[in-house]
Design a protein around this ligand. Sequence first.
Ligand code: ATP
Length: 368
Amino acid sequence: MAKIQIKDLVKSYDGEYKAVNKVNLEIGDNDFCVLLGPSGCGKTTLLRMIAGLETITDGDIYIDGVHMNNVLPKDRDIAMVFQSYALYPHMTVYKNMAFGLKMKKVPLDEIDRRIQDAAKYLDLEEYRDRKPRNLSGGQQQRVALGRALVKKPKVFLMDEPLSNLDAKLRNQTRETIVRIHENAGATTIYVTHDQVEAMSMGTKIVVMNKGVVQQIGSPEEIFEYPDNMFVAGFIGSPSINFIEGTYSKGAVTFGDTKFKVLKDQEKAMDAYEGKNIIMGIRPEFFEDMADIPQKEEDLNLISMRINFVERLGSESIINGCVNDQKVTAKIRHTHRYAIDDQIDICVKAKKVLFFDKETRQAIGREIR
Ligand code: ATP
């Protein structure tokens, strides 16, 4: 377990563009922290700076209060797992796992005990004398995890460790990694561009774009209360609906549709009187009016013409148009809907988010 503090961290490779731009982050004991963002946003660079594999242009990193900027990677009490597994090809599974410990002069019987435990835990016992080329991708990745585990580090750093695995193995290995994190009582920092992976594994999600942290929060916070349109749009599948409308006197109008704004949101909206704003509505927050027995006060209703229906088994994704704006709704039915049907769907007023059209920041919440 370890506490990691990152202060005003900057990395520039060419002296101009900042691959990591003034990142501030506190990661607590036991956190499973996920760095999430699109390709090139700086996640790997940030992770490699924490590992000590990349020089720091500016700013500071502390692990358990100790300044790490000039500490060698091997002295940081971390273990890293890479997408490419990075196993030594000429060594057996056993030797791959033992190598780091031997370098640290851990007694041989202790090394043996730790490897036996890890091999049992990761289902690798029967492969201990094989070389990596004679293992499947999933087995190789488990060896890489085992090699990290036997080090008993304070911090696990993982860089897209599941990217090379097929969907089924990815799910299984996801579970294994969360179990390792919980049992080892270590702090984990995990890089991915896959939001499903992030949301299902992380306790703390750091959403990044172009080197800048966009939001830090629990999976629930960033899903329900995104700080800006980037986070709102990056998280969620299908993507959030952005609908432009004009705000006036407690309501937003788009075409012939009017959405009520909750009384306690109105104060923040005062500054937008007569102006255009963007509403954000998650597809899963829409409901079919036919499913609502009692019409509640704060329901916002839209009538939508269906363009396309995706039936997913237990639910449907309905794509349609409302006053020329595309809208997607995810509804718990598999039948009832057909192309060109006109349906009434609704969303609770408290589930509608509002964004400033110019700054793209959420309206009514403190901007971090
Ligand atoms: P991906 O998900 O594709 O791995 P990432 O979010 O991890 O992306 P980084 O690999 O950290 O992103 O890269 C951030 C930026 O820094 C990118 O614009 C990248 O081109 C640049 N970059 C990364 N490594 C170097 C390097 N060694 N020299 C110059 N530029 C680099």
